[in-house]
Design a protein around this ligand. Structure first.
Ligand code: UGA
Length: 451
């Protein structure tokens, strides 16, 4: 099937590459010529595991093409996906300016019957507005608008595009449903659950899914605060809760809170939409407040331990909003970096992928190319993103390199018993602190005179 993709970011690009992989003739558009050239060479402009290979496969097989020309991409397409950004306005509402611009371009280059798929995350009611505007811009085309929200996770976008858990399509046109069933048939054959609804329901289901996952995280973070006061272990509590299938263990990891370009903005947008419709969804404001508290709690732990932050060197391990991506948008790590820098600390960050993006957002942040350079002479190390390589840290070397062996673990990556075997002050999230015993603190060469 001839498919056009408008907007080739974190959603559009994996979607385009996956649809080409299952055999469709996919053309994608972007106004940035340099980006189009890079994609034509089979390279993704951002880091996403497996995506370069999938793009190369599509490009070399002739099923995936990139262009700056709308006529080449949209003209002749049976299905046009809109995957443009919906950034937050100051009010928290999503800006739909890019959506309307996409509609205008699509309308100018379409003919006959065209299925327009709204994949961007948008407030309920957007697909209806989109349909009205498409027809206004070009009354001669029969547009069939559907909502097909994406549930891709950054860092797993390839896997989630090729083997999604569910495919949700909301619409009111039989022709559109038939086209969408045919489009996704190979993916459904692999086991994806197929769900059809009306458009408003599909749009709302997407916002509700992200809001619910964010609520689970904030519940775990609020629980972490209580566990810290009660000397209990939030990981063990989450394990016990999560063993009940009605609750589930996923998204109950306490830490620095959620970030990224989805949860913070989608939650705000959903809260604004509910309010505009006449319902005060105060729970969502509380979820966002608890999320901000997570960074603040880590900041207070560091401040409490270091006494004065001025002139202290702090190693920040992990800068992306989560592992597996170089995306630093709304990253809790950077929020913490800003707080520490404002308080006078010198923050040295390390991240296997996201250093460049982090520096662009926080220019006062120093970044280094290996984790031990960040740890050298640090008065405190903070784990902000749970990259796998932090599990393999040489703890003995770490303790020796640091000026003060203090670790604040904002993602609970280390085992407390293991940390207790080293001279660390180990402050994790929602778990009892580990402090060096007096023997370890004074050092072996000083014998028993302090006993
Ligand atoms: C999220 C959803 O998981 C996807 O289903 C959705 O398609 C996507 O938003 C979107 O709307 O585009 P993503 O933002 O890539 O995906 O990342 P998640 O894996 O959901 O993590 C979001 C944040 O929550 C990260 O900062 C992560 O560190 C944090 N998190 C996650 C926790 O703090 N605790 C947890 O237990 C889980």
């Amino acid at each position: 099937m001839r498919v056009a993709i408008v907007g080739i970011g974190h959603v559009g690009l994996p979607t385009a590459a996956a649809l080409a992989h299952i055999g469709h003739d996919v053309r994608a558009i972007d106004s940035d010529g340099a980006k189009v050239a890079m994609l034509g060479d089979g390279r993704s402009p951002f880091y996403e595991p497996g995506l370069d290979d999938l793009i190369s496969e599509g490009v070399s097989g002739g099923r995936l093409k990139f262009s700056t020309e709308p006529a080449q991409v949209i003209g002749g397409a049976a299905v046009v996906f809109i995957c443009v950004g919906t950034p937050p306005r100051a009010s928290g509402e999503a800006s739909l300016v890019a959506m309307e611009r996409a509609a205008e371009t699509i309308a100018a280059h379409s003919s006959g019957d065209v299925v327009v798929v709204q994949k961007s995350t948008v407030p309920t009611g957007t697909a209806t507005r989109l349909g009205e505007h498409l027809s206004r811009y070009n009354p001669n085309v029969r547009f069939h608008v559907v909502s097909n929200p994406e549930f891709l996770r950054e860092g797993h976008a390839v896997e989630d595009s090729l083997r999604p858990v569910r495919i949700l399509v909301g619409g009111d046109s039989q022709l559109a449903f038939e086209v969408m069933r045919e489009l996704y048939a190979p993916v459904v054959a692999e086991g994806a659950k197929w769900i059809e609804t009306d458009v408003n329901t599909a749009e709302l289901a997407k916002h509700a899914s992200n809001a619910f996952l964010a609520t689970k995280i904030s519940f775990a973070n609020a629980l972490a605060r209580v566990c810290e006061l009660a000397d209990a272990d939030v990981v063990a509590v989450a394990d016990a809760m999560g063993s009940d299938p009605r609750i589930g263990r996923a998204f109950l990891d306490a830490g620095l809170g959620y970030g990224g370009y989805c949860f913070p903005k989608d939650l705000a947008s959903f809260e604004r939409l509910s309010s505009r419709l006449g319902y005060d969804f105060g729970l969502l404001r509380e979820v966002a407040r608890v999320n901000e508290e997570a960074v603040e709690s880590a900041f207070k732990k560091i401040e409490q331990e270091l006494w004065n932050l001025e002139d202290k060197r702090i190693a920040l391990l992990g800068l992306s909003f989560k592992p597996g991506t170089d995306d630093t948008r709304f990253a809790p790590s950077l929020e913490l970096a800003r707080r520490l820098i404002d308080a006078g600390a010198h923050v040295v960050g390390y991240d296997p992928e996201a250093a460049e993006n982090a520096r662009a957002e926080v220019p006062q942040l120093e970044t280094v190319d290996d984790v031990y350079s960040a740890l050298r002479d640090a008065h405190c190390a903070v784990v902000a993103t749970e990259w796998d390589e932090f599990n393999d840290l040489d703890l003995e070397k770490t303790a020796e390199l640091m000026a003060f062996p203090i670790i604040v673990d904002g993602r609970n990556v280390f085992d407390r018993a293991e940390m207790a075997r080293h001279p660390f002050t180990y402050l994790s999230t929602g778990r009892p602190p580990v402090r060096p015993s007096r023997t370890e603190r004074r050092g072996p060469e000083q014998g028993d005179q302090w006993a």
